[in-house]
Ligand binder design. Structure first.
Ligand SMILES: Cc1cc2nc3c(=O)[nH]c(=O)nc-3n(C[C@H](O)[C@H](O)[C@H](O)COP(=O)(O)O)c2cc1C
Length: 366
């Protein structure tokens, strides 16, 4: 298995893990085969469901890939805010003719069982979001030759990841689509504007830790990838750009919404899951975002039937339309072709910046 981040693939392009159906084996395989780094998202899946996807992906490609895990979250001690939110969502249940969900689901996302499988049958790379694993877990992965990456949203989180023994960090700017991978969810930060943009955060992290960095958030074009590489990243991770590809398992309503001019912008919201996540502003987000409680994953379980009913009704206004700030630039093309186009744009940007042409590949970090 590769031991340096830049040895995993030919192009410095990572397809972001996207839980909820976005990134399955088909998408990951297409990206890997085209010279990028494909990812499976284990979040919301059972440990066995994750393992089945790994086996499926191995059948589709022999190239290295990553698997992403959610870190366990603290159990909710006071459910009163969630019960108030249940009342506030009454109109949704009437409109979509469905009940709200049971909020007592697990808060650990099957973490221990998933780690056990990945230790027994190692994959090339494992990344984590919503926290930093213990040194014991990271050392355990190192023992079996698995490269580890911890998602960070501040320089302090990057430092914690390095101290704990991570091989690299994925720096996630506030522009990013989907959940922010913040290690400790702090509701006092809501609306303060404290989330850092990718370039501001990247510079801070580069001056704080020595381990390699993957940059994520709002990246849709090769020139932007050139920019984050110039700012010290070893690779760029793109989610929304890959969400629009035919291999992505995202709901067609979600894919169409990315470039639909009716959806003009994105916001960070707790409305759907109880943790800040960036999505296209639709009716559900606009109405319930202002008072949704900080209670992940209870709110995720609570709203699940409404989201399902909205999808069934073909109504994008009731769905969590996760998207990064660059969503309007999404291109509907096969994932392998997208990797090729991004790599060509990157090379062109490098030439125009006088950084030299193609130069990335096994052992050839920029
Ligand atoms: C639909 C969707 C689902 C996501 N799910 C995950 C996930 O399961 N694990 C994770 O670490 N990041 C997840 N992310 C965040 C990505 O890893 C990445 O930070 C983000 O997509 C980068 O911003 P961009 O979407 O603007 O490219 C998700 C993003 C999207 C858009």
């Amino acid at each position: 298995m590769p031991t340096a981040l830049t040895d995993f693939c030919r192009h410095p392009i990572v397809q972001a893990p996207m839980a909820g159906g976005g990134s399955g084996p088909e998408l990951a395989a297409a990206v890997c085969e085209a010279g990028g780094l494909g990812f499976l998202a284990a979040g919301y899946k059972t440990a066995d469901g994750m393992y089945q996807e790994i086996k499926q992906l191995r059948g589709l490609t022999g190239r290295p890939f990553g698997v992403n895990l959610f870190m366990p979250q603290p159990a909710l001690t006071d459910t009163s805010a969630v019960e108030v939110y249940r009342e506030q969502l009454a109109g949704e249940t009437a409109w979509y003719e469905t009940e709200l969900g049971d909020v007592d689901g697990p808060t650990d996302d099957g973490y221990e069982a998933k780690v056990a499988i990945l230790r027994d049958d190692p994959v090339p790379l494992v990344s984590f979001t919503f926290g930093c694993p213990s040194r014991a877990v990271l050392d355990g992965f190192a023992e079996v030759g698995t490269y580890t990456v911890v998602t960070v949203t501040t320089a302090a989180e990057a430092q914690a990841a390095q101290w704990s023994g991570a091989d690299a960090v994925c720096v996630q700017g506030v522009e990013a689509g989907g959940h922010q991978g913040t290690h400790r969810d702090d509701p006092h930060a809501d609306g303060t504007g404290s989330g850092l943009g990718l370039l501001a955060l990247l510079a801070q992290v580069r001056e704080t830790v020595q381990i390699p960095v993957i940059a994520a958030g709002g990246l849709m074009r090769g020139a932007q990838i050139a920019a984050v590489l110039a700012a010290g990243a070893s690779m760029a991770q793109l989610g929304t750009a890959f969400l629009a590809t035919p291999e992505s398992g995202a709901n067609p309503l979600h894919k169409q919404a990315l470039t639909n001019p009716l959806f003009t912008h994105t916001e960070l919201t707790r409305a759907f899951s109880g943790r800040p996540a960036r999505g296209l502003v639709n009716r559900f987000l606009r109405e319930h975002g202002p008072y949704a409680p900080a209670a992940y994953p209870a709110v995720h379980y609570l709203t699940a039937p409404v989201r399902k009913a909205a999808a069934k009704a073909g109504d994008a206004q009731g769905l969590n339309l996760w998207a990064g700030q660059g969503h309007r630039l999404a291109r509907e093309m096969p994932a392998g072709q997208l990797v090729g186009v991004l790599a060509a744009e990157l090379d062109a940007a490098r030439v125009s910046l006088g950084l030299g042409g193609p130069g990335y590949g096994p052992g050839g970090a920029v």
